[in-house]
Design a protein around this ligand. Structure first.
Ligand code: G4P
Length: 527
């Protein structure tokens, strides 16, 4: 059989993430999409990788989840001629960095919103990242089997809070115990709700709204539905695909993931409207997915999946060309070339060795410490993908060795965990003490636990007075030297040896900024 052209392969790929505020139903929806996509056969096959609320010190749980999350990091499946890749993201807010990085590897996003709760804090943050990157977004309003507010009001609230225009492609008929189903505006059909957890048959289709048959199906609710839809057609212009692709307009679907309702409609519309891999910016030029030459970048590293083998997997998003097993590729940062003899792909919840991969696909490279997050891999060209977010750490602790016999292990462990992007390391230029900066408390606990269990090293954290890490830079070498002399007790180096001023308070930072006009202060490591 002749294989498909690169272009055909690219255009049938749909690589996306499902994101939500915890508990809105991301895990349930992911699982149901796999079920409807035929990738799994029973509900419950995909384990949630979320860390339950209140489990902040349940390390075994974190570990168990980490193990599971490798398998569910990427879930690929074939559906109706499309290759669908779902990238999983951790729900816990202390792992937001991970989620934000994963969002750099997707071509579109489905945001799940709990119909009763509306937009929640994390929904807003996630939308901000999508807006910044102009990622096309579909909104799935979930849990219609529970009472909700008026649909028009709900949509107005979402539109206002997420600052994006909406376009409902389905419309719910009541909610909670009176929930009757949805009218599918996209397909012009009526889908009736049956509360069954395993039944995946679609509801009855119905296409003439003015027919008195509507009453037969939904009784007195028919009148309200006709009125609602008249208003919908008046308020919302017809769906504009290009506006969606540009990230300006979000189509909206309603359903109940738990009861398998609205999932088929979502999946069918998703594969039709969602974008295939788009051009990606590098510092040097734009990379078209249809370029002949392979390129990709590392957006995630997952370490020590099996504690008995020092194994890491670097997750690479293919951006252009075709990845081929055993071909020689170049790691741009080091200039070194390498071959990957056992690249893996993730089909449903299985990991398997692959021969080739196309733009949109995620390939797992076995890694013994060569890759770091953000690395570009090419056939030889020196390009650098950009747009991987970097974070301003918010919490800081000194890290001390708690077992002097295990210094080497500690150093190695700290190094590798930083490469994985768990946290950021600074070394004081004044006294050599090491400082770890994170965005969430949970990271410290994860670091301590993993150092002990994966590297056989013990660490202790000590509190420190610290407001912000500021990367400093100046065109005026004299000013820089003067600044460093004056602040020498507060100067540190990051992992790449760059100067970082550790400001203990907003006040100190303000003073420093007004006194040293020639110095630029940056609050993330990328500038
Ligand atoms: P998350 O990944 O976004 O955090 O949410 P998850 O899918 O785990 O769903 C959170 C809770 O909401 C789960 O209940 C889940 O069963 C429930 N849920 C998801 N979709 C629907 C829906 O359409 N309708 C209703 N009524 N509930 C829904 P839980 O009791 O917290 O978890 P579990 O013990 O059932 O796993």
């Amino acid at each position: 059989m002749e294989s498909m052209s690169n272009q055909t392969e690219i255009r049938r790929r749909r690589t996306f993430a499902i994101v939500s505020h915890p508990d809105a139903g991301k895990t349930t929806l992911t699982e149901k999409l796999l079920l409807f996509g035929g990738a799994i056969h029973v509900a419950g096959a995909v384990k949630s990788n979320k860390i339950k609320k209140g489990a902040t010190s349940d390390f075994m749980e974190i570990e168990r989840q980490r193990g599971i999350s490798v398998a569910t990091s990427v879930m690929g499946f074939e559906y109706d001629g499309y290759k669908v890749n779902i990238l999983d993201t951790p729900g816990h807010q202390d792992f937001q960095e991970d989620t934000f990085r994963t969002l750099t590897a997707v071509d579109s996003v489905i945001i799940v919103i709990d119909a009763a709760k509306g937009v929640e804090p994390q929904t807003e943050k996630l939308m901000n990242v999508c807006r910044m990157r102009k990622t096309p977004v579909i909104i799935f309003i979930n849990k219609l089997d529970r009472p909700t507010q008026d649909t028009f009001e709900l949509l107005d609230d979402i539109e206002r809070q997420l600052q994006i225009s909406l376009n409902p492609l389905s419309w719910p008929i009541n909610s909670g115990p009176d929930f009757k189903g949805v009218y599918n505006i996209f397909d012009k059909s009526l889908d009736l709700f049956k509360a069954s957890v395993q039944d995946i048959e679609p509801g009855i289709s119905f296409d003439d709204l003015n027919s008195p048959d509507l009453e037969k199906h939904i009784g007195n609710d028919a009148k309200k539905l006709r009125e609602d839809l008249e208003l919908v057609y008046g308020v919302y212009p017809p769906f504009d695909h290009n506006e969606y692709l540009a990230g300006n307009l979000a189509p909206v679907f309603f359903g109940s993931a738990l009861y398998n309702f609205g999932i088929q409609e979502l999946l069918d519309a998703f594969v039709k409207v969602a974008p295939w891999p788009r051009a990606v910016q590098t510092e040097e030029r734009e990379i078209d997915p249809e370029d002949d030459k392979f390129s990709g970048f590392v957006f995630k590293i997952h370490a020590n999946i099996d504690p008995n083998h020092r194994s890491r997997i670097a997750f690479v998003k293919v951006c252009s060309g075709k990845f081929i097993r055993n071909n020689v590729y170049k790691l741009v940062r080091s200039g070194k070339t390498f071959r990957v003899s056992s690249p893996t792909a993730f089909m449903a919840s299985q990991k398997e060795i692959i021969e080739e991969a196309f733009p949109g696909d995620i390939v797992g490279f076995p890694d013994n410490g060569s890759f770091i997050i953000g690395d570009t891999i090419t056939e030889g060209e020196d390009i650098h993908f950009k747009g991987l977010p970097s974070f301003s750490p918010e919490l800081f602790r000194f890290v001390e060795n708690a077992d002097p016999m295990k210094t080497k292990q500690l150093n190695k462990g700290v190094d590798q965990l930083m490469d994985e992007g768990v946290a950021q390391l600074f070394t004081s230029q004044f006294n050599g003490r090491r400082i770890i900066g994170t965005v969430g408390q949970l990271q410290f606990e994860v670091i301590q636990y993993r150092l002990e269990h994966e590297y056989n090293a013990k660490c202790r954290f000590e509190p420190m007075q610290m407001y912000k890490a500021c990367w400093i830079q100046s065109d005026n070498p004299k000013a820089l030297t003067e600044f460093k002399n004056r602040k020498h007790q507060k100067m540190a180096s990051d992992k790449r040896g760059r100067d970082v001023f550790m400001a203990d308070s907003q006040f100190i930072l303000d003073m420093a900024q007004s006194e040293f006009k020639d110095i630029k202060f940056h609050f993330t490591s990328e500038f």
